[in-house]
Design a protein around this ligand. Structure first.
Ligand SMILES: [Zn+2]
Length: 209
């Protein structure tokens, strides 16, 4: 037996006060608390796609430009994300190198791949592995702020090591792109409506508008 979804029954729950409303439009006000809400996030796929593309574009300069610039006795030395990880590993700081590698490189990349898988699942009307895809969405959403670890490392280093003339560290141009990339993936995850995954299973073939 296939169960009816709230959308098929013309119902929608208010996210603010949890009142079940009869839905006339996709977007309307709650009859009890007047909060505006949607049955499905409007243009969810379009926004997710746009933010994911923005994140992919920002990922390139974030890794090409230096995120930290060192000045040692006047000599300038710039370091990219991967270059910095290499330096940490060469200095024998393997655990720190591993943490930075996972937080600054692996996690953002996995998030972008995860978002692409989720969008493909909705676009191709996949009915398989919906539980796993929903779990994937939760992981992508949870990982969001943790990618900012690298930004904190740079902020901490510039704060601690700034000794002025002899040696100093400043943030490079790459960090701006990195921050933008992390924010873009967070917006992408927020724009995605996981209910769209389940609409495929229930054969709700309406537009995602
Ligand atoms: Zn309400």
């Amino acid at each position: 037996m296939q169960l009816k979804t709230a959308k098929q029954a013309g119902l929608g729950v208010c996210p603010k006060c949890h009142k079940l409303n009869a839905m006339v439009l996709n977007q309307q006000r709650c009859v009890r608390c007047c909060a505006q809400f949607y049955q499905r996030k409007p243009y969810s796929m379009q926004y997710t796609l746009a933010w994911t593309i923005a994140a992919i574009i920002a990922f390139i300069p974030a890794n090409m430009y230096p995120i930290m610039v060192f000045y040692k006795f006047g000599a300038r030395e710039a370091s990219t994300i991967l270059g910095g990880i290499g330096t940490l590993a060469r200095d024998g700081m393997y655990p720190v190198a591993l943490i930075v590698f996972i937080a600054s490189f692996v996690v953002p990349l996995l998030k972008i791949i995860g978002l692409i898988i989720l969008m493909a699942s909705v676009a191709l009307r996949s009915r398989f592995q919906l539980e796993q895809h929903t779990q994937l969405f939760r992981i992508v959403e949870f990982l969001g702020p943790w990618s900012m670890l690298d930004v904190f490392v740079v902020a901490l280093m510039t704060g601690i090591v700034n000794l002025g003339f002899i040696s100093s560290i400043e943030a490079g141009a790459g960090i701006n792109y990195f921050i933008f990339m992390v924010i873009a993936t967070m917006f992408a995850a927020q724009s995605f409506d996981p209910r769209l995954l389940w609409d495929n299973k229930n054969n709700i073939n309406e537009s995602t508008k």
